[in-house]
Design a binder for this molecule. Sequence first.
Ligand code: NDP
Length: 449
Amino acid sequence: MTKGREYVTEVFKKVKEDNAHESEFLQAVKEVFETLVPVFDRYPKYIEENILERLVEPERVISFRVAWLDDQGKVQVNKGYRVQYSSAIGPYKGGIRFHPSVNQSIVKFLGFEQIFKNSLTGLPIGGGKGGSNFDPKGKSDNEVMRFVQAFMTELQKYIGPDIDVPAGDIGVGAREVGYMFGQYKKLNGYKNGVITGKGLTYGGSLVRKEATGYGAVYFAEQMLKANSKDIAGKIAIVSGSGNVAIYAAEKLQQLGAKVVAMSDSSGYIYDENGINLDTIKELKEKQRERISKYVEFHPHSVFTKAEEGRIWSIKTDLAFPCATQNELNEEDAKVLVENGLLAVSEGANMPSTLEAINVFHQAGVLFGPAKAANAGGVAVSALEMSQNSMRLAWTFEEVDAKLYDIMKNIYEESVKASKEFGQEGNLVLGSNIAGFLKVAEAMSTQGLV
Ligand code: NDP
């Protein structure tokens, strides 16, 4: 066993013991640790400085009560979290998720991944993440507002433009970000750099809404180009129908691919003519409806309930998992490969299980891991912070061009690291190492803090 392998095994054992019930967190840590072995073999000083054990322990985990009144005047209570994971290279930065499944394990896995992703963007932002087990589904606008105000009344104690800058994630879109910003402003005065994903009328950036989805497609484009292939003319599946999924589908269509299926937690729709995105936007962005309603507008399309079938059973060239963690498992991966899959680009965070990733790697499928492929969202968030600091607003074309360059650069850096560390083309390894090296060097230089 090499020194690097010994070190990684020993630290992982400890992490497992200390976080035994946090399965998502352990899954994310395991994936990263496995790929860092060659780094510790090459740079033993990071073993001496115990960088890994320091990095895997969040700088701070904040957990708080959120009490709010529903429309019946009844008191409701939810859990709120903010994990301030690493400030080695910049202020904590990462989204807020509102979903009933949110717990400490989920927030920690997301925060841990965010460190590497943010480092990969090349911008000075640290890693963080937050959320609540509040479910916005079925709540009135007033209930959402009261909940968010209660959530922010507590969260505002810990955030600030140079300290910790939240944004959206699952269940947190334009409406929720607006209420968060309003409450922060009421308590602290106008500081527009405190949250990103803001509306365009109060300091938001053009392309932020589109950034994660567009970025995942730009990343796929780079992978395909390097293999003399193109997005035009390809069949694609995009899971989810939220912010990331909608704009991944939009960019795919703009580049000439045919998106034949999308989903939500209730099931998926298949439209052999290609998904009509205007209908999806109307149903999802405006009406907050279920995706099954799509067939009422396009009767030739088919809706399959989640219990009755998997979106990944459809034959496709390109797969964009853009819904949630662990939505694509080993079985799904095998079916996709049998059906001739060319490439996967992960819009969601940790959507493929470790076993599914192995299937893709073994089959030679081009695989763009989340930390690299979905970094476009946070990259444009950082560009929003820059515009806020400079008190100016760039055009759509300017921001889009910067996003494109950032995604291209992330791809190139990941490929370069995969080559340097002996597994050319393994972008899981490449992106983890490229992201890690910058953070490790910053930690090493700053002393034991
Ligand atoms: P949204 O809330 O806008 O959309 C989420 C979509 O995923 C919805 O269609 C939702 O369906 C579906 N979904 C959520 N949970 C589940 C589940 N347990 N099973 C099946 N489907 C589910 O979120 P986003 O589009 O913002 O986020 C999607 C993913 O992308 C997440 O993993 C997020 O962390 C990641 N991401 C987001 C970024 C951003 O900029 N927004 C940046 C980087 C990553 P339903 O409505 O039925 O719940």
